[in-house]
Design a protein around this ligand. Structure first.
Ligand SMILES: *Cc1c(COP(=O)(O)O)cnc(C)c1O
Length: 956
């Protein structure tokens, strides 16, 4: 009984929760690959030249409860002040039903980007609502499905104007009344493209010629609060052939004449205050809206209405040919992962409140601000704006330092604009007490406070009468029927039920690493200690965040072998951009500013060439051989040919083909010998953590996708975090920010980008420990090789390493089947839906193939279920090949099959059973797609990107 040797142990060891296969499963899987241990398998997968380069300490992880407690301790070092800083970030209420049924609901947050529309109708509808919300409020004809943040959206607007304006002058005018962080990112993005940004006072443009500008950026209301009538300026800009972009506040637009009504060509901004917490700067959805004539040039993803094969309305991502993954070095934007989850929160906020509710919130904020201002004037302060919405700037009657000290004592943040002025912004969460607390801060000793009731009775508002909104918005029924909680809850459930996310089955998306997003990792992101911090509050209030980011940077350095890390980029694409800028700045610091050639293998992800383009580099494509590997002779030749101008090589490792190329160290040596730097795209880091380290085997800089390898959920297409790790020599060139000590320009609006989701990765690493992380990589490799072995007799596995093994993903070649059966990769992808599976990555990096990445989180049972589906599909293809199934009327060509199709007249040459229950266990649990196969061409020809009238659904 009393054996003293029984160790206490941890009760809730996380590693075994995160990793799917059990011990005996692992043995069986290893046996199939012909190895007797994980170490032996990995030993044959990882090339000798990089083996052992990992510097990760193999410590054990912490239990879930223990790690959460540790993080709670860190969070306690953040101070919760009342925030009146404004400047693009406003406290708001996340409606509880949206918090619980959307933000905290895996049906929403574990979904992938909606590239497979038939299993994505729910989130596509939510995004269509977002687009409708934005185009209605801005008064524009078309809006996209989100961008990364307001500042990068402004940068996209700048380059958009440059492409489309008649005026080909080199300069862009940006109002000094834009948010400072917007101007900062604008300058960063303009420099490599040779765009001159002129920051100035638009009032001073009066009477000045505008021919020198291809475009303008104005802010409405201004960053410090004023509402200015820009109509005459817009007319003059148009007369000069320039385009006008406006950064606008969506809440203010419920009361003010929208920019679309006074001539703006582009309207951008943030949807944060529609229910998304401050989160120390992000993630938040930015928006981008424009005129119909410019729609084909819009950056980012666009949801459009099309029809399915029964003619029923169905949604899908429209005009994908505009996107970076197609246009590559001709791309005009590199945005890939966006902010879908946050856009969906904002859209549901509008669905829940409706047009009257939103206007009511806006009017209340404005009234409180007007009362506040009257009181401040009574107290003798000079409020600069005659017309404002919710923000003003104040020249204080008593010393500014005294006011700031009083604000600090009252635990309240104001915006310090300059030596003379403070800014004050109110928001949805403010009430009478907030206004009185502010008066108290501004009042001198012994000064009587204004009488709130008396001022409130007075009732005047301070919106300019010439710019009052007199047009309707959000008239569509979707914004007018879900105002009770019961109705909203069911709407969210209905939409969630239409989609296939990780809460239903595995999503084996090569390159995208759809692994477990554990509940314990997700829990902290909605703690107020992380959610309620303003990114520009004094640093003394965010010591908890500082500890979190310091520790996370150290963890990620240990995982990659790099010396320094920047957490600022809010997607992988932004990390690529920050990395290439660091390389350029490094070369320039050595007097080699002329180095501007970027070598990129033909197999690269589309964001690589798009990013190089944005960084002002010239892309030179390097060939790949028939095995999918980089053609080293071609690489050597091109590196030497461009030796004098070689800036960088961008290379993905393990390769986009899912193989550890053993020549990687030689490739890095060739580039270094020619004076270039190696950008190692770290999207495939899930094959390497704990096994080998890019920072030690030749990389100078890499981005990581925390939303792939490090457990941040995909959110249906964002948020993401794309930190970059660099070797020491590049550390001085990491992104800076007005609120960071570093000197370089910013790439994101907030100093730590999408700060509030960093706890997810911190929790993951802390709970796994170095040992668990290494095991995760080993299991990811084992699972991919297991699938490759199980499926290779049915589908050829396209690329393997020297030893016949793959890394953490494998490519199934379906091209030969097209000739023998007419069945293509898309048919197989759609048929998988009938089996309840999301398709693997289609036609990347090789057209006509499927790239399967199972990840370590899937159990052997789930892997087997997937293999069974793929094998069953292969049998169906064989039946088409030998004529047992009709060449055109077969379950593959007609997939996916909907429930309503079954109850109609059955006109097919195969049975209903074969259509929907091809495997017996589907009778136990079945996913029913809400629409049949979606017609992309129809939707692109008849482009509609806002909520269609309800009649169009009823007619069909
Ligand atoms: C996902 C991915 C990217 C882009 O990352 P985002 O976070 O979507 O911007 C870049 N390269 C590769 C290889 C990828 O798989």
């Amino acid at each position: 009984m009393n054996n003293p040797c029984i160790p206490l142990g941890t009760l809730d060891e996380f590693v075994a929760r995160h990793i799917g296969p059990r011990e005996d499963d692992i043995e069986a899987m290893l046996a199939l690959t012909g190895h007797d241990s994980l170490d032996a398998l990995v030993d044959s997968v990882i090339p000798a030249s990089i083996k052992g380069s990992s510097v990760l300490t193999l410590t054990p992880g912490q239990g879930e409860a223990e790690a959460l407690a540790a993080l709670k301790g860190i969070a306690a070092n953040n101070q919760l002040y009342s925030n009146h800083i404004g400047q693009g970030y406003y406290p708001c209420h996340t409606p509880a039903p949206i918090l619980r049924n959307l933000l905290e609901n895996p049906a929403w947050y574990t979904a992938y980007t909606p590239y497979q529309p038939e299993i994505s109708q729910g989130r596509l509808e939510a995004l269509l609502n977002f687009q409708t919300l934005v185009s209605d409020l801005t008064g524009m004809e078309i809006a996209n499905a989100s961008l990364l943040d307001e500042a990068t959206a402004a940068a996209e607007a700048m380059t958009f104007c440059k492409r489309l304006a008649k005026n080909k002058a080199p300069a862009f005018f940006a109002s000094r009344d834009c948010h400072p962080q917007t101007l900062d990112v604008l300058l960063t993005r303009a420099r490599p493209l040779g765009i001159e940004v002129v920051i100035g006072d638009e009032a001073a443009l009066e009477g000045q010629p505008l021919d020198g500008y291809f475009g303008l950026l104005l802010q409405y209301p201004a960053s410090t609060g004023a509402i200015v009538d820009h109509r005459a300026l817009v007319q003059r800009a148009h007369a000069a052939g320039a385009l006008v972009s406006v950064s606008a506040d969506l809440l203010a637009l419920t009361l003010l004449a929208p920019p679309g009504e006074w001539g703006a060509d582009v309207v951008i901004g943030s949807a944060q205050r529609f229910g998304v917490p401050l989160g120390f700067g992000g993630p938040h959805a930015a928006y981008f809206a424009t005129r119909d004539v410019f729609k084909r040039d819009m950056p980012g993803r666009l949801v459009g209405v099309s029809i399915d094969r029964f003619g029923k309305p169905a949604l899908r991502l429209a005009m994908q040919t505009r996107e970076q993954h197609i246009r590559r070095e001709k791309a005009t934007s590199n945005i890939c992962t966006a902010q879908v989850l946050l856009a969906n929160i904002a859209s549901m906020y509008a669905v829940y409140h409706g047009p009257q509710g939103l206007a009511q919130i806006a009017r209340r904020v404005h009234r409180l601000t007007a009362i506040l201002v009257q009181g401040l004037r009574q107290l003798g302060h000079h409020v600069e704006q005659a017309h404002f919405f919710d923000t003003v700037s104040v020249v204080t009657a008593r010393p500014l330092a005294d006011v700031l000290a009083a604000a600090n004592a009252a635990r309240l943040n104001l915006r310090l604009i300059d030596d003379l002025r403070v800014g004050v912004a109110l928001d949805e969460t403010c009430e009478q007490g907030s206004v009185e607390a502010l008066w108290q801060v501004f009042a001198g000793a012994g000064q009587a406070l204004p009488d709130f009731a008396a001022l409130a009775a007075d009732g005047a508002d301070c919106l300019p009468s010439v710019l009052l909104r007199d047009t309707h918005y959000l008239q569509h029924p979707v914004f007018n029927r879900y105002h009770s909680e019961t109705e909203l809850m069911r709407y969210l459930r209905r939409l969630g039920d239409k989609d296939l996310a990780l809460d239903r089955s595995m999503i084996a998306l090569g390159s995208c690493t759809m692994k477990l997003n554990a509940a314990s990792e997700m829990t902290p992101i909605t703690w107020p200690e992380f959610g309620a911090l303003h990114p520009f509050a004094p640093a003394s209030q965010s010591l908890g965040y500082r500890q979190l980011t310091d520790e996370l940077e150290a963890m990620l350095c240990a995982a990659t072998g790099y010396d320094a890390m920047s957490l600022q980029p809010n997607a992988g694409s932004q990390g690529e951009y920050a990395g290439l800028l660091a390389i350029r700045a490094y070369h320039a610091s050595r007097g080699e500013a002329g180095r501007d050639v970027c070598l990129i293998p033909s197999s690269a992800h589309g964001t690589n060439p798009a990013t190089a383009q944005m960084a002002g580099m010239q892309v030179v494509v390097v060939n790949c051989d028939e095995r999918g590997n980089v053609d080293v002779a071609d690489l050597q030749h091109k590196a030497e040919q461009h030796k004098a101008r070689l800036a960088a090589l961008m290379i993905t490792y393990p390769s986009t083909h899912g193989v550890f190329e053993d020549v990687i160290t030689r490739i890095c040596d060739i580039i270094h010998a020619c004076g270039g730097q190696v950008y190692l795209d770290g999207a495939n880091m899930n094959a390497m953590v704990g096994l080998c380290a890019p920072g030690k085997f030749g990389g100078d800089v890499s981005h990581l996708n925390l939303h792939k390898t490090f457990c941040i959920p995909h959110g249906g297409g964002g948020p993401g975090v794309g930190p970059i790790g660099v070797k020491a020599h590049l550390a001085p060139f990491l992104p800076g920010h007005g609120h960071l000590p570093k000197q370089q320009g910013a790439v994101s609006a907030a100093p730590y980008g999408s700060a509030s989701i960093l706890p997810i990765t911190w929790m993951y690493i802390r709970m796994m420990g170095g040992a668990g992380l290494k095991r995760a990589s080993q299991l990811a490799i084992l699972s991919a090789n297991y699938i490759a072995r199980r499926l290779e007799e049915h589908y050829p596995v396209l690329y393997t390493g020297e030893n016949g093994l793959v890394a953490h993903e494998c490519i199934l070649d379906l091209r030969p089947l097209k000739d023998s059966s007419g069945i293509g990769v898309e048919d197989v992808a759609k048929r998988l839906i009938d089996f309840g599976f999301h398709a693997p990555t289609m036609s990347f990096p090789v057209a006509g193939t499927l790239m399967v990445e199972p990840t370590e989180s899937e159990s052997k049972e789930e892997l087997d279920r997937f293999c069974a589906a793929m094998i069953c599909i292969r049998e169906e293809i064989r039946a088409v090949e030998n004529g047992t199934l009709d060449a055109l009327d077969n379950p593959l060509k007609n997939a996916p099959h909907t429930a309503s199709e079954l109850v109609g007249e059955w006109a097919h040459s195969y049975s209903r059973e074969l259509a929907v229950y091809p495997l017996a266990d589907l009778r136990e649990s079945k996913y029913w797609p809400p629409v049949g196969r979606v017609d992309n061409v129809y939707g692109d020809r008849n482009l509609a990107c806002a909520c269609p009238p309800l009649s169009s659904y009823q007619d069909a």
